[in-house]
Design a binder for this molecule. Structure first.
Ligand code: 1GP
Length: 229
């Protein structure tokens, strides 16, 4: 499956309109909304704009509890298990717990794992965590496995928005072989080949943000990648 990531800081009505009316949008499965640092974006407004144009599920991908928006359908309740920052392992979740309970959002506990994608990304800087080196798949596998054993319902391997490289296929394969929950992979996807390689390696859902912001026509290639794999 394919998810489009919309960053409320860069999304506006025109962009959302353009994206949702493109050939290929029908083949998109989810819309993720959020970012590791949202400064002037209005999540509520962004979710509303998307809802006005599509009935596809909107899933929050929040960098902080102030990105919780009840009008969405679900939320990736992220625990940044590749890092050792207690605030992102349990602190923010405690802050958000009551708000989430009363929200009606479908809560999707997600073991969030950062992989080094060749540059310092906003998520690694803001989260103050070190991504797993791409040539150390054993660390990624053990981390994902521990996440599953702790009850995470999804594992998300992310190289971060705008990463230079996607997660290596061999690492994805090794993680996929060890876990029994769906695997989300994102960060740095810029071509149909990138998407196909990730699907073939075992990604159940791929997430594309940056490249679609600049090239909405990339939706068509993503749809073909889905069909080819
Ligand atoms: C980042 O996985 C997402 O968290 C998407 O990354 O913006 O590089 O596509 P890109």
């Amino acid at each position: 499956m394919v998810s489009v990531l919309i960053d409320p800081d860069s999304a506006n009505e025109k962009h959302i309109d353009f994206l949702t009316s493109r050939v290929g949008f029908d083949d998109i499965d989810f819309i993720f909304v959020g970012g590791s640092l949202v400064t002037d974006g209005n999540i509520k407004n962004c979710v509303q704009l998307i809802k006005n144009r599509t009935s596809k599920p909107i899933v929050l991908f929040p960098g902080s509890p102030n990105q919780i928006e009840e009008e969405a359908d679900g939320i990736l309740l992220l625990s940044l298990i590749s890092g050792r920052n207690p605030d992102l392992l349990i602190g923010r979740q405690v802050e958000a717990a009551h708000k989430l309970k009363g929200s009606g959002l479908e809560i999707l506990p997600t073991g969030y794992i950062l992989i080094d994608g060749g540059r310092t990304t906003t998520v690694s800087y803001i989260s103050n965590t070190t991504p797993i080196p791409p040539d150390k798949p054993g660390i990624a596998v053990a981390t994902a496995l521990a996440g599953c054993q702790l009850g995470q319902r999804l594992i998300y391997l992310d190289c971060g928005s705008g990463a230079r490289h996607c997660a290596p296929p061999q690492l994805i394969k090794m993680v996929k072989n060890e876990i029994n929950v769906p695997l989300i992979v994102g960060g740095g996807i810029r071509s149909q080949t990138d998407a196909e390689v990730l699907f073939k390696a075992g990604a159940d859902i791929i997430v594309v943000g940056n490249h679609l912001e600049e090239n909405p026509e990339f939706l068509t290639q993503l749809a073909v990648a889905k069909l080819n794999t």
